[in-house]
Design a binder for this molecule. Sequence first.
Ligand SMILES: [Zn+2]
Length: 361
Amino acid sequence: MTAPQLAEKSEIRGKEMERRSLKDVARSYWQMGLAVVPIKLKWDAEKQKWNNKPLCDWSQWQTRPQTLEEFEAINWENIKAFSVLLGKTKDGYYFCCLDIDKEDFDLGLLRTTYFERTIGKGIHAFYRSRHPVEGMKRHDLGIELLGMHNLVVVYPSWGYKRLNDNEPTVVENAQTLFYDLIAKLGGELKPEAEKQIEAEAVDTWLLEKWLEQILKSGKLKIAGGNAKYYYVHCPFHLPDRNPSFAIHKLKFYGVDYHDGQVYSLKKLAERLGIELGGSKGEGFRLGAFKLEMKGKDVFLINQKNRPIYSCKLHLLNSDKVKKELSQLTDLGKKEIEEKIAAFLFQLENEDKSRDIKERKT
Ligand SMILES: [Zn+2]
């Protein structure tokens, strides 16, 4: 045989090997109880990314297993790639994948497991979760959790590489890994939470005080943190060996990774049985009304918790304001006089203790 003939023969054998291994690997997924779907990988020049188009209808396998006949009917001789339909496996785990669309990603940020390099130079990290896994996406960070009913292209599809020989790690709840990664990448755990917290309209000064009080209560086990978050062992899903709760240091909300629940500090304290200190100048009853400070303004709050009157703090002691408050609250001039004096006195004391605290830190 001539050299070119030999080369051609070994190339054919190489292709056969490739095909066999493609089908072999696919079979091992099928044996786990997962459906496999042949796909065509195509470069999308416009979006500058690889597209994968399923080569057969796969929707029926979302509700029932793929039969052996269906598996064998796939044209294994002619395909170069396939994907796995993620979901529950025969041994009762939920097979899922963290999809990271970053070329320079630090694998050290992830719980170690079986990793693949994708054709788009991203990372696929495969896990077996005891809890069902809902897919989640964060475009801003280039990460996605692929779960129930999602397709994921796997090795040895064309362009995909194994990065190790590990078995996919068993985890309690793969969703917690997703939130963990968001926090570690410095992202906002729940971008929509901020508005929710703002709606509670509590002074930042008071929020800081509350956070300190919660942290000092001893009811949370803090495991670490970064510039933005405290990482905490989730108090609502014990035992939580891998801290799956975080508190935003600057935006004052907590997130439970297990269920994505957002907690304002008020709500968190309530659930933990911590009684928070009052708001600035709070507890000042004017008959059926309340006086409260917000920023540099004083508000008169009615029984429905609505502000009905406001003035600058430095004007509170003026005759004009006292007269107006007397009219609004139906309280006599003397009583108003006393209440306002006590109110200003308390504010002064609060400011003093705050100054002392700030000087200490
Ligand atoms: Zn939890």
